[in-house]
Design a protein around this ligand. Structure first.
Ligand code: UGA
Ligand code: MN
Length: 315
């Protein structure tokens, strides 16, 4: 090969390297940072805490703050109805329902009011920069808003915080167990990844490792519904959940600075599944305009209108 050919090849190689590095930098910088760089807008809709029957001021038990992110879709009202009616049976519990929206929806407000349990209703939309991500950090803006409310607005900032998605299923015995969390308690979550469970590994009463299908580089490879935190930990720091899909739990727990020795294993030393990461089939809202027209003087018009009100149809 001539000297000229070799030098041209060298240049080409160098050019390819530069293009490769540039591509890497560009794709990396496309991903927005895990903190949005501005304060997210939260709308405080209504909180009804003390007057309701389950939160009598004199009750000495720690209060459970169950934080549930939610967003408008066909399945929203059935999910919230099912979960809400479960939580309703647990005394001394505040349900914090946070909508991923610019404003609170009347149908969610009506549901909360009807249930008659102590609640906090907020709305905090996901910053637009994260919506187009490959892995969207779902429910993060909602949970951050709830944590900020607990820090800044809670009239009684003691108790235990627990994240429970609107589509999850819980055995109320677990809620009673986690009420007494001193720092951080953990427990198995069913229907997660390949093992159909994500759980701490417990040896002689201590958490020594993790039984989870996706450990990767996570220090605390747990499901969002797999841990509860005493509010003293939340109040002692200003850590919020990062907008980093897959790493939300891990990074937040790391920020709280907990150690393995401090983790309190529940659910009978993590031998029982008492909460499940259930998933509901997603549906598209049908347009019922023609059906309404073809059934005049009947219930169908009112039915379709009610369905539209709760995001189940368009007319
Ligand atoms: C899993 C985790 O269990 C979630 O806690 C985590 O937020 C999510 O992945 C993630 O990191 O993306 P998964 O069942 O896959 O949950 O997600 P969804 O059930 O769709 O959403 C989790 C929660 O966020 C739900 O309560 C849902 O109502 C809420 N959500 C979802 C929003 O508020 N906005 C959305 O756009 C989507
Ligand atoms: Mn889910």
């Amino acid at each position: 090969m001539s000297y000229l050919k070799i030098s041209v090849m060298k240049y080409l190689l160098a050019l390819l390297c530069i293009i490769g590095i540039l591509a890497m930098v560009l794709t990396k910088s496309k991903s927005p940072p895990y903190e949005p760089g501005h304060i997210e807008k939260t709308v405080k809709c209504k909180s009804d805490l003390m007057e309701r029957r389950q939160l009598p001021p004199a009750d000495p038990r720690p209060v459970l703050y169950v934080v549930t992110p939610t967003y408008r879709r066909v399945e929203q009202v059935p999910e919230l109805t099912r979960l809400g009616q479960t939580l309703l049976t647990v005394p001394h519990l505040v349900w914090m329902v946070v909508e991923d929206a610019d404003a609170c929806s009347p149908h969610v407000a009506a549901l909360l009011d009807r249930l008659g349990m102590p609640y906090v209703h907020l709305a905090s939309a996901m910053p637009a920069q994260y919506r187009s991500e490959r892995y969207v950090p779902r429910g993060v803006s909602n949970r951050r808003a709830a944590m900020t409310w607990l820090r800044d607005q809670s009239p009684q900032p003691t108790g235990v915080m627990y994240f429970l998605d609107d589509d999850n299923t819980i055995d109320i015995r677990l809620l009673e167990q986690m009420r007494h969390t001193k720092k951080v308690s953990m427990f198995p979550v069913g229907l997660v990844a390949d093992y159909l469970v994500s759980s701490p590994i417990v040896q002689e009463g201590r958490v020594t490792g993790w039984f989870d299908g996706w450990i990767v580089d996570r220090q605390f490879p747990v499901d969002m519904a797999g841990f509860a935190v005493n509010l003293s930990l939340v109040m002692a720091s200003d850590a919020l959940m990062p907008y980093h899909a897959g790493y939300e739990e891990d990074k937040m727990l790391r920020a709280f600075g907990i150690t393995m020795d401090e983790i309190e294993p529940l659910a009978n030393q993590c031998t029982e599944v008492l909460v499940w990461h259930t998933k509901t089939k997603k549906n598209q809202p049908p347009s019922l305009r023609r059906e309404v027209a073809s059934h005049p003087n009947s219930n169908i018009a009112a039915l379709a209108e009610n369905m539209e009100r709760i995001a189940m149809a368009t007319t």
